[in-house]
Design a protein around this ligand. Sequence first.
Ligand code: DX5
Ligand code: ZN
Length: 225
Amino acid sequence: MALIAPSILSADFTRIGEAVALAEKAGADLIHIDVMDGHFVPNLTLGPQLVASVRKMTRLPLDVHLMVDEPRAFIPLFSEAGADWISFHLEASAHLHKDVSLVHELGRKAGLALNPATPIALLDEILPDLDFVLLMSVNPGWGGQRFIASSRKKIRSLGTRIRERGLGVLVEVDGGVNTGNFEDLVADGTDVLVVGSAIYTAPDPASVIRRMKEAVGARGGARRP
Ligand code: DX5
Ligand code: ZN
């Protein structure tokens, strides 16, 4: 059982509305929106205005992934724009507890994102305060990259730690997820699959979402957004 979060980063930006509408109709659980600042990652993408526009056209929760330096400065802007889930990078925040608390004070679900080589041991103290952990399975910055194989071990280790501690933290996996690997990732313990290019560069994006939902997401998962 897993949630499907299409990443609109790989959609045709002249038709974002259609990309969101087809995802909702096909049974997606969340809409994943990638925010890049040109500093934390060498690319620039979507801002709060886009989030506010998407907010108006879907009832799905918006899962905003901040790949930015100084996330504290941006969290209120994206909350105001209508983000429901907000994740920022552990590597970009010097005051994790303070920044996670800010997300919660704004009434949003809080997640920490980790780059592929960042050890999950760094989560030990903050884990009980999180709603979800976003494990990057590519280096952040672009859609369409190849899944980094060692991420599977990381997913399993994180799942084990969460279970051992009796926590309800969800594991979200982002980068290189496709029709060939998503079932293995769910077997490893992924709760939320972020899927960009495998959906939006497919000839029939809706059928990819439906197929994934049928395989891993349509059994009324125990933990819903
Ligand atoms: C990458 C982003 C991802 C990206 C995933 O930095 O965080 O969300 O859109 O795209 P795919 O699924 O194509 O790897
Ligand atoms: Zn992302």
